[in-house]
Design a protein around this ligand. Structure first.
Ligand SMILES: Nc1ncnc2c1ncn2[C@@H]1O[C@H](COP(=O)(O)OP(=O)(O)OP(=O)(O)O)[C@@H](O)[C@H]1O
Length: 979
């Protein structure tokens, strides 16, 4: 076995006092780890110095890149987890890198097909190679160095058998990832793609590789013992309900025990159903007799050779692909813990104390220190630059002169420009697509040129582009399909005609379909809809239907959309700009910018002066409902205090920023309405905004903060609102006396900081928010900013409480629940819940009082019962729709929503109508196979394939179609008629 690493056991045992087992941890910051490596380096015998010198270099660079963040050694207990640790966020690396690797792995699938074998090898801490090295009474868990080194050596051996000796056949590609569980033992996940002639198609060939049965003790004792030792699951379920694999619903995560099966079959799942004969052979595991149903699938040869848990599965269906790649690239373990501040136990302040860390157990720390690889991919995937002309990235040092940087030859070159350059001189190059280039040419970052590749297999992948990126996306489509082009312009040239955009060039090549369905829709609407409705429909189509050629649609329907403007205006250009301005308004309310759709040759700029007075007039014309004016009379004492404090500042023109904190139902919206009415009734401008469209639609004249302040959607700490000092919005903001931003805790802190920077800029003031009176409101107990798969800490980091603005806000509280005045017990219960007090139990679950529970019998009966309780008399709701409005069943997952909706719509009275999403079939033979599969998928952002409706049934909108008119995500509507 290859194992070049020296032992430094005595040294670090002494130094770090690793007396405890793997589970014990002490979190060390990156700097300490660095010190540890330096210390270790000094202590190692001179003969080994060179080796460690190179290792040290490696680790340092890892530290600087933030790859190695935390090393966990020693003992864990409440005191050190709670008090000592502060981890710089730069040390929490990972997910981005993982996503990139995932995309690269998918490039392998595109090229070589779906993976055939999924293999997991777990370290056996009792391997002889480990136990032979232990001292008397020493346990393997005290030797993470040995565990790491021996596992690595075994892994190399396994790779040798799989890829050199080709025990399963010739391999075209593979990916593996080393993972360390919290407990510390390393394991490796492999995905293997076999060459075409070696693919596994039939169950008979699965049986040659995988077994899921207990071998006969008399004929194969060694293998029998290995299976009993390493490959028996559990026991779990009724035999052992507390086993780690058990889910809360009482089922095993891995669905053990499996069923007996007389032969192997493909099945519908990711993996086949393996043969598990009912041969009555049983073995005793932890006091229970287990049979073939409990065997984890294994390969006899590998199990007998490696004497450790090696699970092997055949990937029988295409569904396995994404699942498995996601599984092996799921990222490292994380830990979140709370640094409780004793002085201040208020909820909002506590929320700042959560710390997130990356969890690294000792063997993983040693794995990193030794510099062993954590993942590998064969063949390597080369990511290719993708950029529009003259829009590639150029790196330079801070002290370099930018003019020189821009004028240098080197800066002008990128992978893509040099791909065109080589095409101009090399005939062979012209036969290749851009993505095929890396297989034959090597890119030199130093010399910025492609040269012929001599060996080593690699494949190329053009980095992804989203259709919303416009031209860059269409450039990618062209590069993926068209060969031999010599420049960007040449790429746009089709049959001698230079297309103005890559999108049009792609359409001329037949790579994009025409928007005939959308054209029909607009044409039909133009026959009976008002031009203003048509413009809204056009904007909705641009945003949600992703037309291949928006410009063509614009040119076709411009006349229809401009009829109302034409009657009053003379110049064609003015009319056109008014139509575009109106479309732009709607697009902005949906978070999009008109220029991203390239409706005209050049970017569209509106003459802001023309709209300036309209912005202010529109605000001053917002109707003030009578009940809002009267609301100031009936405020409760807390509301009145907040109301007076805010208005005092507004009317005396003082600077102040407030945060109104109140749980749901304490009358925040009621208060905002009273404030807006008070300011507006004095003919002053008060702007009402909210983070979400629904909240904005409740406030008179409300807009989403994004559209009102032109906050960019993708923000970082340097982002600015797209508002110039001279613009109409800037003028409106300068005259505004009060700005309200509801549901502020839902917004990312960068959005609010962008508003601060913009207001300082347009008001020429260094005061917070440019000296304006701003009222933020919301409830941190409700929804925090969305951070995909984020930890608690990441949610907190993203929110307003982590902003530099938070300490400057005057915090005002509302506590009296006005919505639940008639039910104080319930109101108190919900408040306690929001404050993280009991009913929340120690393990962070919520204890719900028995009176509120629908007892669980089984999934079906209990669901029926729940529906009966919530919608007692569903037949009446079609007549009395307001009764339905106050009832809802909330579920944690979309799949449950679909299930409950289906049940409800069938119970709802009336005739059922089914609506289907439409797809354009590419090929009739492919259609049925693909459709059945695709139509079952319900990915985020895609509506379900089948929609069931009845007259008078309530429906909820899930898109921000027109927030200013109340049509936004969450708006509830009633289905009145069918076409
Ligand atoms: N002072 C008051 N007098 C009478 N009714 C009030 C008063 N304050 C609030 N309400 C009523 O209490 C209910 C809840 O108020 P509101 O919707 O303003 O609360 P909220 O804090 O905005 O709730 P959420 O956070 O859930 O949006 C409303 O029906 C409102 O009309």
């Amino acid at each position: 076995m290859k194992d070049p690493i020296v032992s430094c056991r005595e040294y670090y045992c002494y130094k770090l006092q690793i007396r405890e087992n793997f589970r014990s941890i002490l979190l060390l910051s990156g700097r300490l780890l660095q010190q540890f490596v330096v210390d270790m380096y000094v202590k190692i015998e001179t003969s080994r110095l060179d080796y460690f010198r190179s290792k040290q270099q490696h680790i340092r660079s890892e530290l600087y890149q933030g790859i190695v963040d935390t090393i966990t050694l020693g003992e864990t207990n409440a005191s050190n987890v709670g008090k000592q640790i502060i981890l710089p966020s730069s040390f929490i690396g990972g997910p981005r890198d993982m996503r990139k690797r995932y995309m690269e792995a998918m490039a392998l699938v595109q090229r070589y097909g779906k993976p055939d074998i999924f293999l997991t090898m777990t370290c056996n801490p009792n391997w002889q190679e480990i136990s032979n090295e232990l001292r008397l009474h020493e346990e393997s868990q005290n030797r993470p160095d040995l565990v790491a080194r021996v596992f690595r050596a075994k892994l190399e051996e396994l790779k040798d058998r799989l890829f050199k000796q080709q025990i399963f056949g010739k391999v075209s590609a593979y990916v593996y990832v080393i993972e360390h569980q919290k407990i510390g033992l390393p394991h490796a996940h492999f995905l293997i793609i076999l060459q075409r002639d070696w693919k596994l198609y039939a169950p008979e060939s699965f049986d040659e590789i995988v077994s899921a049965e207990i071998p006969d003790k008399n004929t194969n004792l060694h293998l029998h013992n290995a299976v009993v030792k390493h490959m028996m699951h559990g026991p779990c379920g009724v035999l052992n309900p507390t086993n780690v694999c058990m889910k809360k619903n009482g089922y095993c995560k891995s669905h053990y025990p499996k069923n007996f099966a007389s032969s192997t079959t493909v099945g519908n799942d990711c993996f086949p159903i393996y043969r598990r004969s009912d041969n009555r052979i049983t073995v005793k595991v932890r006091g229970h007799n287990l049979d073939n149903r409990w065997v984890v699938p294994y390969n006899p040869y590998l199990l007998a050779t490696f004497d450790c848990h090696i699970n092997i599965e055949i990937c029988s269906t295409i569904t396995a692909v994404k699942y498995l790649y996601k599984y092996i690239y799921k990222g490292h373990d994380r830990i979140a813990f709370n640094l409780v501040s004793e002085q201040n136990n208020q909820q909002i302040d506590e929320i700042q104390q959560f710390q997130s860390a990356r969890w690294i157990a000792p063997p993983e720390a040693m794995w990193r220190i030794y510099g062993f690889v954590v993942n590998e991919m064969y063949p390597a995937v080369y990511s290719l630059h993708l950029h529009l002309e003259d829009q590639h990235q150029v790196t330079f040092r801070a002290n370099e002169d930018l003019i020189n940087v821009l004028n240098s030859d080197r800066s002008a070159k990128s992978m893509l420009t040099e791909f065109f350059a080589l095409n101009r001189v090399d005939e062979n190059a012209r036969t290749l697509l851009y993505k095929e280039f890396p297989e034959f040419y090597v890119w030199s970052q130093q010399y910025k040129e492609w040269t012929c590749r001599k060996k080593k297999t690699v494949i190329g992948r053009i980095i992804t582009a989203n259709p919303f990126e416009g031209e860059r996306y269409y450039l990618r489509i062209l590069l993926n399909h068209v060969r031999g082009h010599l420049s960007f312009e040449d790429l746009r040239t089709v049959d001698g005609v230079v297309a103005p955009t890559f999108r049009e060039a792609a359409t001329m090549h037949g790579l994009l379909q025409r928007d005939s369905g959308l054209e029909d829709c607009l044409h039909e609407a133009s026959l009976y809809q008002m031009p203003s409705s048509l413009r809204r429909l056009f904007a909705t189509i641009l945003v949600y239907c992703n037309p291949t050629n928006p410009r063509e649609l614009w040119e076709r329907f411009e006349q229809d959309m401009s009829i109302d403007f034409r009657s009053t205006e003379d110049s064609m250009l003015t009319v056109r700009m008014q139509v575009l301005r109106s479309i732009s308004f709607t697009l902005e309310s949906m978070g999009k910018h008109i220029n991203s759709f390239h409706l005209l040759d050049d970017d569209i700029c509106f003459d802001e002066d023309q709209f300036e007075s309209r912005e202010i007039d529109d605000e001053l014309a917002v109707e003030i409902p009578e009940e809002d004016t009267a609301a100031s009379e009936i405020l409760n004492s807390e509301q009145r205090h907040v109301y007076n404090s805010i208005l005092e500042n507004v009317f005396s023109n003082k600077t102040a920023t407030f945060f109104v904190d109140g749980p749901g139902g304490t009358g925040k919206t009621f208060l905002y309405k009273a404030l807006l009415a008070a300011v507006r009734s004095r003919k002053l401008v008060a702007l009402a905004t909210a983070s979400s469209g629904v909240a904005a639609s409740i406030l008179p004249g409300g807009r989403t903060a994004h559209s009102r302040f032109k906050i960019p959607l993708d923000t970082d700490e340097h982002s600015m609102c797209c508002v110039s000092k001279q613009s109409a919005i800037a003028k409106l903001l300068r005259v505004a006396r009060l700005i309200i931003w509801d549901e502020a805790p839902m917004s990312r802190k960068q959005h609010i900081e962008a508003l601060d920077k913009m207001l300082r800029d347009i008001n020429d003031s260094e005061l917070t928010f440019g000296g304006k009176v701003i009222v933020f409101g919301g409830d941190f107990r409700q929804v925090l900013p969305v951070v995909r798969k984020g930890t608690r800490q990441e949610h907190v980091d993203a929110s307003l409480v982590s902003s530099y603005l938070w300490p400057t806000l005057i915090k005002l509280r509302l506590t009296e629940n006005m919505r639940a005045r008639l039910d104080p017990v319930f109101s108190e219960y919900v408040l306690e819940l929001g404050n993280g007090m009991p009913p929340i139990t120690i393990d962070e679950t919520v204890k719900i009082p028995n009176g509120m529970l629908v007892p669980y019998e089984d999934d079906c009966t209990s669901l029926d019962h729940l529906i009966d309780v919530v919608f007692q008399d569903i037949h009446e709701y079609s007549i009395n729709i307001s009764a339905m409005m106050n009832r809802a069943i909330l579920t944690p997952k979309n799949s449950y929503v679909d299930e409950i909706n289906t049940l409800l719509i069938h119970r709802f009275p009336g005739e059922l109508r089914r609506y289907y999403s439409f797809d354009e079939a590419i090929d009739a033979s492919e259609q049925s196979v693909m459709e059945d599969f695709l139509n079952t998928l319900t990915p985020n952002g895609l509506p379900p394939h089948e929609l069931l409706l009845k007259i008078n049934c309530p429906i909820m909108l899930l898109r921000n179609i027109n927030p200013s008119e109340g049509l936004c995500n969450g708006t509830r509507l009633i289905c009145r008629a069918f076409d």
